[in-house]
Ligand binder design. Structure first.
Ligand code: MD6
Ligand code: FE
Length: 215
């Protein structure tokens, strides 16, 4: 449990969202400043951009990547590729501290030995959203996904394995980590339109890191 100033604990630090999905509240709080500094360096080399969906829509979330491969979307579809399509260069390397944090969180949730090779970095401005989707572009679905939330809070929509399963809503705040695998690996999920606000660590945005084994 997370204790408040007066020693009371009301928010559970580990909250199961479903069989195979665990929310670790505040798990990345201590690492947040270091993560954000590293993200600044990564986005200098590989700037955030709004990718185009296969259907021709511009995504409201701005994205970039680090790691051996990065997730991209364009008119040809979704895929992982080793180079940044905007620069032709390899994606920036994944900092060791990123991979270590993701592996520790995965182990907490019962997925020991998680070695991510891709980290998708999402930036949400107020109004940005991510519609319900499954993460299924990775060849090895035995590996979990680990997601780290920084900055403004968001409402995470978490449904079931069928698109029609009604999603539940979970608030994700600065430092929260979600680990997701096993029977939950193909659950539909999304992010509701981000509310206006300002956060001391990021300003008027939310940044999300999702770590995957994509090779
Ligand atoms: C986000 N996250 O939190 C978007 N996918 O900004 C995802 O799409 C996601 O958080 C798989 C597992 C965890 C996630
Ligand atoms: Fe996802």
């Amino acid at each position: 449990m997370i204790d408040d100033l007066f020693g009371y604990s009301d928010v559970p630090a580990r909250e199961p969202l479903a069989d195979g999905a665990l929310l670790l509240r505040g798990y990345a709080g201590d690492a947040a400043e270091e993560l954000l500094q590293a993200i600044d360096a990564i986005t200098t080399a590989a700037p955030f951009r709004h990718m185009i969906t296969p259907g021709g829509y511009r995504m409201s979330v701005a994205m970039t990547n680090c790691g051996r491969v990065g997730w991209v979307s364009d008119r040809r579809g979704y895929r992982y590729q080793p180079t940044d399509p905007d620069t032709g260069r390899p994606w920036p390397a994944m900092p060791a501290a990123f991979a270590e944090l993701a592996a520790r969180a995965a182990a907490e949730a019962g997925f020991a030995g998680f070695v991510p090779d891709a980290c998708l970095i999402n930036r949400y401005a107020p109004g940005s959203r991510l519609s319900l989707h499954q993460d299924r572009d990775e060849p090895d679905l035995r590996a979990p996904v680990v997601s780290v939330s920084l900055g403004l809070p968001a409402v995470f929509l978490f449904g079931g394995r069928r698109r029609g399963d009604r999603p539940r809503r979970h608030r994700l705040a600065h430092g929260d980590v979600v680990v997701w695998g096993g029977p939950a690996r193909l659950a539909f999920h999304g992010i509701a339109p981000l509310a206006e606000g300002a956060h001391p660590a990021t300003g008027a945005c939310r940044i999300n890191l999702t770590f995957r084994k994509a090779l």
